[in-house]
Design a protein around this ligand. Structure first.
Ligand code: PBG
Length: 322
């Protein structure tokens, strides 16, 4: 026998030397939920170990994460129902706590990389990512609202905006509007292939942002489709995206791989709330081992072709392995 692949697996030193994929804290983006108030850190029931933070406790959390080597965060606001309306006007209001907190984080911790969420759902009384009229999501009426939101975030000091809404043409629209306002250095992490997935449940619990009527299938992609992800990728790349994001990650590793093979842009993958909740639940039951299953899950997303991974396990990973 000339070929014995097991020789390269014999010791840990050899295994590490020939490892084809590396994961470091630099690849991780930690999603954090934010609500208005003071001294609040309330656990998301369906996503254990993840919390809704008020601005003060969020700053403390970020400081802790920085010590663990995590520098990148994606921020999501949980907005009071009374502040929601059809046009999501609170998303760009000068007294929006989310915008103020972005400014505060960048002031205290300029070394962070902050990614925003650009979509109407946390602010919309309809609970949809776009503007609703007679039960329809109106694409072209949504774009100017998204642009106001993105510009307000840029003014607050965001590093990268994250349009998660899946409206057509929004990347070019947002790029043009940001550039016109002088924000040529603010990046765009486009949710390029975002599927109408059942795995967003805990996230919608955290933000209380589930659609009031209907579902998101007229804008988020059909889980059956793969070529369509390539179509979305070509559009986003041409429209000026800086990252292409695939979401969810685990059940869509083929999509991550496909896009990584067909673009020179970095790929981001969103290891979404339901995926993390699923693993956490199995580990709590004693059915899986968190110490080994969690890093394997993140490594598989890297191996598929993701440069950056948005994951609720970022802090757990950094605490153990960084
Ligand atoms: C909505 C948005 C969602 C997530 C991120 N941005 C949910 C949705 O589309 O309903 C889900 C993230 C997760 O489940 O972790 N703009």
């Amino acid at each position: 026998m000339l070929d014995r692949p097991r020789r390269n697996r014999r010791t840990e030193a050899i295994r590490n030397m020939v490892a084809e994929t590396q994961l470091t804290a630099n690849n991780l983006i930690y999603p954090l939920f934010l609500l208005d108030g003071k001294g609040i850190k309330s656990e998301v029931k369906s996503l254990p170990n993840n919390y809704r933070f008020s601005p003060d406790t969020l700053l403390a959390e970020i400081e802790e994460c920085l010590k663990l080597g995590l520098k990148s965060f994606v921020l999501f606001p949980a907005v009071d129902e009374a502040l929601k309306n059809k046009e999501a006007t609170y998303s760009y209001s000068p007294d929006n706590f989310y915008l103020k907190t972005i400014a505060e984080i960048k002031k205290r911790f300029p070394e962070t990389c902050l990614v925003s969420d650009v979509a109407m759902d946390p602010y919309s009384s309809d609970g949809h990512d776009g503007y609703v009229e007679n039960g329809q999501i109106i694409n072209d009426k949504t774009l100017p609202i998204l642009a106001k939101m993105a510009i307000a975030q840029a003014q607050a000091g965001i590093d990268i905006i994250g349009p998660s809404d899946m409206m057509d043409g929004r990347i070019q629209y947002l790029r043009d509007e940001l550039d016109d306002e002088g924000f040529t250095d603010v990046g765009i992490m486009s949710y390029t292939a975002k599927y109408a997935s059942a795995f967003y449940g805990p996230f919608r619990d955290a933000l209380d942002s589930a659609p009031k009527a209907g579902d998101k299938k007229t804008y988020q992609m059909n889980p059956a489709n793969k070529k369509e992800a390539l179509r979305e990728a070509m559009l986003d790349e041409a429209e000026g995206a800086d990252f292409l994001l695939v979401k969810p990650a685990l059940a869509y590793l083929d999509i991550i791989h496909l896009l990584a093979q067909n673009t020179t842009l970095p790929i981001a993958a969103y290891n979404v709330s339901g995926e993390c909740a699923m693993l956490t639940a199995a580990c709590q039951k004693g059915w899986l081992n968190f110490e080994t299953a969690m890093p394997e899950m993140l490594l598989s997303i890297r191996r598929a072709g993701a440069t950056a991974i948005l994951t609720y396990f970022a802090k757990d990973w950094a605490r153990r392995f960084n």
